[in-house]
Design a protein around this ligand. Structure first.
Ligand code: SF4
Length: 180
């Protein structure tokens, strides 16, 4: 890992395993269907389940996401859900250095020698570059309803877009491959 890189995926799969399943936004489903060449109905039947009022990716009996491939990583990397793209730059880890420290025990890809402030800076850049975060600041005039163009951009205001608020340290919500 580069000394100054706050995160570099090790493809360990830790964040692709756990309880609950990855929550899917409509855009995630659309992207995955396109990537897999499946109709929405076939995709939902094959890989998704309803839980807690949300649509989630199924997990296998070994606890891993249905798309996790041992020794390789995410089998749908290019089309992976936004929550997977966002790890480890979740709100909790951005606003709370303790959560960030705890996340390091879980995720070997987080570079603990990089200060938390730098983790936040790189994380926000990463999320914004991919359009997977929003802030709670005032909307840019004439762009109401488009969360990606809100003015304020403080970490405190940042929440995940569309997919809701994941926990600071995931059980499953992440990805084994974040590099694009
Ligand atoms: S990155 Fe997300 S979609 Fe891909 S295998 Fe991991 S949990 Fe599943």
């Amino acid at each position: 890992m580069s000394d100054d890189l706050a995160f570099s995926c090790r493809r360990c799969g830790h964040c692709c395993q756990g309880e609950g399943g990855i929550m899917l936004a409509p855009e995630d489903i659309e992207r995955l269907c396109l990537h897999l060449g499946l109709s929405r109905e076939d995709f939902l039947a094959e890989a998704a389940m309803a839980a807690g009022g949300k649509i989630r990716l199924k997990s296998r009996p070994d606890g891993y996401c249905v798309y996790f491939v041992a020794g390789h990583g995410c089998g749908v990397h290019e089309a992976r859900p936004d929550i997977c793209r966002a790890w480890p730059f979740f709100r909790g880890n951005l606003i709370d250095a303790i959560s960030w420290e705890m996340a390091q025990d879980f995720c070997p890809g987080i570079n603990g020698s990089v200060p938390h402030a730098e983790f936040v800076r790189q994380g926000l850049d990463y999320l914004r570059a991919r359009g997977i975060c929003r802030t709670s600041g005032p909307l840019v005039p004439g762009r109401e309803g488009q969360d990606k163009v809100r003015d304020a951009n403080t970490p405190e205001a940042l929440v995940m877009e569309r997919t809701g608020e994941p926990p600071a340290t995931p059980m499953l919500h992440g990805t084994s491959r974040h590099e694009d």
